[in-house]
Design a protein around this ligand. Structure first.
Ligand code: FES
Ligand code: FE
Length: 448
């Protein structure tokens, strides 16, 4: 048996049959595989903690998760950021129980051990009397994670051998910039993180944001799109766009994008934000910064492996926090260009709440599908079938618009980046360490 106990490495690799165009839905339900995901994926890759603007001042903190491990994310006096395990090393209680705030120190509620903003253990009640000088406080602070940022997003990683964030993200940065780098000042997060629980595996959400434009044209989102069509517009113009790309990137990242279809924005974000994104000085600045090609991407769905997704254009950012194989907490917030007029920021917030939020119309469509699949997979026979993942294997093309990196399928309906995600999943799940993960990534990306 391999590292998963129940499964050998060969069995895990065989769960995704890229060439055969099928894969094994046990990856969504199996408890042993899930424990291995926490160890080999979440404890070794760069996980998003949120946005820098959520903790602007020294002492500002949020609590977050790396997989199921709770962490505290704190802005330091020197403006750097620390991320440490939210676990007191005395008996394991949470060091910080609030979602966010500002603190000079963190005091464990169980027996009162206190930690400074950096997570160092600085005070122990009755230390002299109770420990008689045997306690070396310097040794008993919580485990610290590596921390790096990319254009406002904060990432943390437990693994000392993991590549730097910049290298780990690689070419997905090119697509992240469509949302994060439209203007000189970058983005800010609209205050508040929405959090809710739904009963499905985290990979349904991650894969959809990496790869699945296909669902938008079916029942899934069509009614929401139609409902947003302005009265004076011919509804036949508003078919979900198929001009675009499905992009398979290294390290399991993936994205898909729509080109030249501002009407699609219009139906989701309304006329004001559409105008802001597609004409005028903000648009011109984006053309200067990113080039015409990216400035004219109208919606880009992306997943940064493993569990950070966003929709550039709609600007919803989400972390799919795993809670066992059968459940996730969805954490979302919205980012806006820092220099956008207040009226546009307000409009963006309202429209994202209406579409992609706990009560959002598109969110309901997506979540309903993921949760229903998860329920079907409770069945013994259902778990032992294979799922199809063939779409777009017939022509993977490399003729991207100039400068667009990745292996692409020149049509929005493809599962090339889903195949990339699941293939990477098999590689990282069976690799003992980062050198082995890097070696597996040296194989060519093309569907052989
Ligand atoms: Fe934190 Fe005892 S568990 S002080
Ligand atoms: Fe969707």
């Amino acid at each position: 048996a391999g590292a998963a106990g129940a499964y050998s490495d060969a069995e895990i690799l065989a769960m995704v049959d890229e060439k055969g165009g099928k894969y094994d839905p046990k990856i969504y339900v199996d408890e042993a595989l899930y424990r291995l995901e926490l160890e080999r994926i979440f404890a070794r890759t760069w996980i998003c903690m949120g946005h820098e603007s959520q903790i602007p001042k020294p002492g500002d903190f949020t609590t977050a998760y790396i997989g199921e491990d709770p962490v505290v994310v704190v802005r330091q006096k020197d403006a750097s950021i620390r991320v440490f395990l939210n676990q007191c090393q005395h008996r394991g209680m949470r060091i910080c129980r609030a979602d966010s705030g500002n603190a000079k120190s963190f005091t464990c509620t169980y027996h009162g051990w206190a930690y400074n903003q950096g997570g160092d253990l600085v005070s122990v009640p009755m230390e002299k009397e109770a420990f008689g000088g045997c306690l070396n406080k310097a040794e008993w602070g919580p485990k610290q994670a590596r921390v790096e940022t990319y254009k406002g997003l904060i990432f943390a990683n437990w693994d000392a051998d993991a590549p730097p964030l910049d290298e780990y993200l690689g070419d997905v940065k090119f697509y992240m910039d469509i949302m994060l780098d439209r203007c000189e000042e970058g983005t800010e997060a609209i205050p508040g993180i929405q959090k809710w629980v739904i009963p499905c595996n985290w990979k349904f959400a991650a894969e959809q944001f990496a790869s699945d434009a296909y669902h938008a044209g079916t029942t899934s989102h069509l009614s929401g799109i139609m409902a947003g069509v302005p009265e004076d517009v011919d509804i036949t113009q508003v078919a979900p766009p198929t001009e675009g790309l499905n992009v398979h990137l290294e390290n399991g990242h993936g994205c898909g994008l729509f080109l030249r279809n501002p009407m699609f924005y219009m139906t989701i974000l309304g006329p004001k934000v559409t105008e802001y994104l597609t004409t005028g000085p903000a648009y011109e600045e984006t053309v200067r910064r990113l080039g015409q090609g990216r400035a004219d991407v109208h919606l880009c769905h992306t997943n940064v492996f493993p569990n950070l997704s966003f929709l550039a254009g709609i600007n919803t950012v989400r972390m799919w926090q795993p809670r066992g194989p059968n459940e996730i907490e969805v954490w979302t917030f919205t980012v806006v260009d820092k220099t956008a007029p207040q009226e546009i920021k307000d409009e963006w917030r309202r429209n994202t709440s209406r579409t992609f939020s706990a009560g959002g119309v598109f969110e309901q469509d997506d979540g309903e599908n993921w949760c229903d699949i998860q329920q079907v997979l409770r069945g013994h026979v259902a778990q032992n079938q294979k799922f199809n993942i063939e779409m777009g294997t017939h022509t993977v093309t490399a003729d991207n618009p100039e400068g667009f990196p990745g292996l692409s399928f020149a049509y929005t309906y493809s599962e090339e980046s889903a195949r990339g995600l699941y293939r990477y999943w098999t590689e990282i799940m069976t690799a003992p360490d980062w050198p082995a993960i890097r070696r597996s990534q040296q194989r060519p990306l093309a569907a052989e």
